[in-house]
Design a protein around this ligand. Structure first.
Ligand SMILES: C[S@@+](CC[C@H](N)C(=O)[O-])C[C@H]1O[C@@H](n2cnc3c(N)ncnc32)[C@H](O)[C@@H]1O
Length: 236
């Protein structure tokens, strides 16, 4: 009996050794029954949300947003240098790209989105304000098309929970950062069940940590400065 147990254990260990950390697709799980706001694909237990279509552009540019989300408080907390190179990943209409660009007179913003319509709006709004240091980049769902080892900060505001390939995106972010670079996630607090935001469009700190730490990042700090969102900063 003991011999059988031992043999079973050895087979299991062998299986784990061969396949344990090889196939990244194993991190994903697909379920038939799921939240209608999600795509039915789960990363480490979290269902990924449908991304916001470009018809939601008006909502991103709504005037009460300044009062509701306090974007300047967030950007002040990042302590950016005027020469920094910053990625606005999941930039949408460029609400944050434009505010970043004004803080980086000798630097630049790489504004990435997967929807060409969003990038068109982003470029029109930036041109209206005569902003010239935003470079729009059309990413794909699993690759933001960023240059290697060349950015100081990758900022993701209300975007990461929509990434259909979070694991691949985190790895691409790791590739794009300079040594000491920061990945900054701003997500509505999933711990607050009273917050009137759809469940899949919020994230808990525990889940954020689980996902980013699984890909080799560590949490540098979490700032609770904003009314409804966490600011979590990860580094390699
Ligand atoms: C809710 S909007 C937020 C836009 C902007 N960050 C803001 O706060 O105003 C999320 C954006 O992320 C984009 N997005 C979703 N998945 C993406 C991916 N894999 N790569 C880049 N952008 C993505 C969507 O197209 C959408 O424009």
């Amino acid at each position: 009996m003991a011999k059988r147990w031992l043999a079973g254990l050895l087979v299991l260990l062998g299986f784990w050794g061969i396949f344990g950390d090889i196939d990244p697709a194993w991190a994903y799980e697909y379920r038939q029954r799921h939240d209608p706001d999600g795509i039915g694909k789960f990363f480490l237990g979290r269902e990924i949300a449908h991304y916001m279509g470009h018809l939601g552009a008006g909502w991103l540019e709504r005037s009460p947003r300044e009062r509701e989300e306090r974007p300047n408080l967030l950007l002040d907390a990042l302590n950016l240098l005027p020469t920094d190179s910053v990625v606005d990943l999941g930039a949408g209409t460029g609400y944050f790209s434009r505010r970043l660009a004004q803080r980086l007179p000798q630097g630049r913003v790489l504004a990435v989105d997967i929807q060409p319509e969003m990038l068109e709006i982003l470029q029109d709004l930036a041109a209206e304000q005569q902003i010239t240091n935003i470079q729009p980049i059309l990413g794909s769902e699993n690759d933001p098309h960023l240059p290697s080892h060349s950015v100081d900060v990758v900022l993701m505001v209300d975007a990461y929970h929509e990434f259909a390939y979070p694991q691949e995106m985190i790895q691409a972010i790791a590739q794009s950062l300079k040594p000491g670079g920061r990945a900054v996630l701003v997500e509505y607090r999933g711990e607050n069940i009273w917050l009137p935001i759809k469940k899949l469009h919020k994230m808990t700190l525990n889940q954020l940590r689980r996902e980013w730490e699984s890909q080799g990042f560590h949490e540098r700090t979490t700032l609770e400065l904003l009314p409804d969102q966490h600011i979590t900063i990860f580094q390699l």
